[in-house]
Design a protein around this ligand. Structure first.
Ligand code: ADP
Ligand code: MG
Length: 701
């Protein structure tokens, strides 16, 4: 919606004063007409249907009832206060209940008036009630909106206190629609509209708010969902195109001694076909003269590190420096050691830079980077700092990408005149639909094959009654020479209590597995990194048999001799975290085990998560389930991109529409990359409009 009309501040709408405007801004992000117009209902109800109270049961989704209100009571003091009222018709009585907004509600209802109550029936103390119903005077209903199908708008307590409940918002919408009549312009080209039989934008927006009938509502929703996906894809693809045109990359056209001699003499095993394929894809990027921006996805243990190393050697062969950025010190240390080991017979100069690097050391690193002596730098966020300057940085490898913010990555671009090639590695399996949406502008490589000889990890769900059995099992495994992880949840919100659980757990394990037969390491995020590292090293060297830890070991730690992963309070972890944790075992030739310790009482969702873990070890299947259970909002790394801020479309439910949008957008960018074709002018205009308001994050993701 390009024209000025839609940019009009919301205060200019009749019925919106400064107070309401402020609330609409703060609570819903609605600033101007366009914002309100695209604030879509979250569901629809058939308002032609009224229920009698004796027909109500808690299985009904939403009900609308006419009746009287009496017996208003306020129970409790300020905290945990609630207000109840009886609501009755000629067939019976139910209770209405409010926990919030009591101050302004308590004097609102009159004994002799008929009200229309709308809400979701619930059960409490074996009685049916309706929490936080929408209540309006029956007489007001007569001036209602007239349609039998009505949209419901999400509101908040604050908005409701200013009369902007769902109905109040609908009223504003009606007022806006009257003003906006004939002003809503088309944003899709005629050929797309006619080919896919979309309804016009005007009709779609009118009907999404005030549907004339279910059929047209459906068409309106499809049209608007398509549009949302289409422009999202288009802008991602367009940005990728700009990036490719605008940014040259260093041309790595040589494969030289570093890679060749490593490949011939040092490679400890045959590469998997998937690794070979990915390396070919990377090589073709590096030689193209364009900057590489590639996301390398591969399940935990699939061998990404080796791919990274070989990519780095190509960079060295072309006389460029390279750096690896890891999200934690433990991981940076580990990479440093792995690379040192793999490159021990070469003359390559590698250093480690983290928050704990001493000042003197830091200084020499800085110097050696600048004069080009240092070839590979491995580190944490410390690498991004402005003082870290390279002579000739050609490649940046970012491990476990989801831990880094977009802005942080952007800084790496500036470490050379021409931006270095970027290889982002992630073990978080991203469902295809999400990948298309979030990483639409990155090239994509997948390692979809595990190194040979791996045995599937056996996963069991244990309740506390099996603890003795678990300890017996652990003893046996330790006798066989294996090592054990025991992981406790630690989340910020309950940090103190969690830390206590961890320490209690550590103490009880120390009692059950006493010295001198057993030695135990402990690692958690609150420890100094020096101590963390010390404990980690003891475990790596095999001096301790049990590692008690929080999720600090979630990513990347690679200790093949550790074959048992015990996860305490497993129900408190998310699926992708559980998958990551399990990925810490099963790295050697021995059979590995993952034991999920859970509370007896599980929520339905918690149960589903744990069952999923027992049933499958396929990262993609787990990711799809995770997405289903949690919705996309939580997925790591996506929040900050803001990209999933979809107004109407849903990447899971509307996957088919997404596919269509993606394919049409791709086709359009291929056929008409500069939008020279007149028929695409409307699309281009809308794209420009939309991108005006968006940060240019796509360039750097
Ligand atoms: P991730 O993808 O999780 O980073 P790593 O790179 O840490 O996985 O590799 C996991 C383990 O598999 C490492 O011990 C590594 O040495 C080993 N590995 C990698 N590639 C192969 C291969 N082609 N054949 C056998 N083992 C391999
Ligand atoms: Mg790794």
């Amino acid at each position: 919606m390009s024209n000025k009309f839609f940019e009009t501040p919301i205060t200019y709408l009749p019925g919106v004063g400064p107070k309401r405007a402020e609330l609409l801004n703060k609570e819903l992000g609605v600033f101007c007409f366009a914002d309100l117009l695209t604030y879509f209902p979250y569901r629809y109800i058939d308002k032609s249907k009224f229920y009698k109270i004796n027909e109500i049961n808690i299985n009904l989704p939403y009900v609308q009832i006419i009746g009287n209100i009496s017996n208003i009571q306020i129970i409790g003091k300020t905290h945990g206060q609630r207000m109840t009222a009886d609501f009755f018709d000629e067939t019976g009585t139910i209770e209405l209940v409010w926990f919030k907004g009591i101050r302004w509600l308590k004097d609102k209802f009159k004994a002799n008036e008929k009200y229309v109550v709308f809400g979701k029936p619930n059960v409490f103390n074996r009685k049916i009630n309706i929490p936080h119903p929408d209540v309006s005077l029956l007489s007001d209903e007569n001036e209602g909106l007239g349609e039998s199908l009505s949209g419901l708008y999400n509101s908040t307590e604050k908005l409701k206190s200013r009369g902007l409940d769902s109905k109040g918002i609908a009223k504003l919408m009606k007022a806006l629609m009257l003003k906006a009549k004939d002003k809503i312009s088309e944003t899709l080209s005629e050929d797309i509209i006619s080919k896919y039989k979309f309804i016009s934008r005007d009709e779609a927006i009118t009907n999404i708010h005030f549907p004339k009938n279910p059929e047209i509502l459906n068409k309106a929703s499809v049209r608007l969902k398509f549009e949302e996906f289409f422009f999202l894809q288009l802008s991602l693809l367009k940005q990728k195109l700009i990036r490719i045109q605008k940014f040259n990359g260093f041309k790595f056209n040589k494969v030289g001694d570093y890679l060749n001699s490593f490949y011939k003499n040092e490679l400890p095993f045959e590469l998997t076909n998937a690794q070979k394929k990915v390396i070919r894809e990377i090589r073709s990027d590096l030689g193209s003269g364009k900057q590489m921006n590639r996301l390398l996805q591969g399940d935990v243990g699939s061998g990404k590190t080796l791919v990274a190393l070989m990519t780095m050697l190509i960079s060295l062969d072309n006389n460029f420096q390279t750096c690896v950025m890891a999200p934690t010190e433990i991981l940076a240390n580990q990479h440093f050691e792995t690379f040192n080991k793999l490159l021990k017979n070469s003359e390559i100069n590698i250093e480690l830079l983290t928050g704990s690097t001493k000042t003197a050391k830091r200084k020499t690193i800085h110097e050696k980077l600048l004069n080009g002596e240092l070839q590979i730098l491995i580190g944490t966020h410390a690498l991004i700092e402005d003082v870290v300057k390279f002579k000739n940085l050609g490649l940046v490898v970012i491990d476990e990408q989801h831990r880094f913010g977009v802005a942080q990555r952007a800084k790496l671009w500036k470490k050379n005149i021409i931006p270095p090639h970027i290889l982002v590695m992630t073990a978080t399996p991203i469902p295809r639909t999400l990948a298309m949406t979030v990483y639409g502008d990155l090239d994509f490589s997948i390692i979809d094959e595990m190194p040979p000889g791996r045995k599937a990890i056996k996963t069991y769900l244990f309740f506390d009654s099996k603890r003795l059995k678990l300890f017996g099992f652990i003893r046996r495994k330790i006798k066989e020479g294996r090592q054990i992880y025991i992981v406790y949840p630690l989340i910020e919100e309950s940090e103190k209590l969690d830390l206590k659980h961890l320490m209690d757990g550590y103490e009880s394990i120390s009692r059950d597995f006493p010295l001198p037969d057993y030695a135990i390491s402990i690692v958690h995020g609150k420890m100094k990194s020096k101590d963390k590292d010390f404990e980690m090293q003891r475990f790596i060297k095999g001096e301790t048999q049990i590692m008690v830890a929080t999720t600090v070991i979630e990513v990347g730690v690679d200790i093949p001799n550790a074959t048992v992963m015990v996860i305490e309070n497993a129900e408190r972890f998310g699926l992708s975290q559980l998958h990551q944790l399990r990925g810490r075992v099963g790295r050697g030739a021995d059979q590995s085990f993952c034991i999920l310790m859970a509370a007896y009482k599980l929520t339905a969702e918690g149960k589903k998560r744990l069952e999923t873990m027992v049933q499958t070890s396929d990262g993609f299947e787990i990711a799809e389930m995770d997405l289903k259970l949690r919705g996309p909002g939580d997925l790591s790394g996506t929040q900050q991109s803001g990209i999933l801020d979809l107004k109407i479309a849903d990447i899971i439910k509307d996957a088919e529409i997404l596919k269509l949008a993606r394919s049409l957008a791709t086709q359009m960018i291929n056929d008409d990359p500069f939008f020279k074709n007149d028929k695409n002018e409307v699309i281009f205009k809308q794209l420009k409009n939309l991108s005006k308001n968006k940060a240019n994050w796509g360039l750097i993701s």
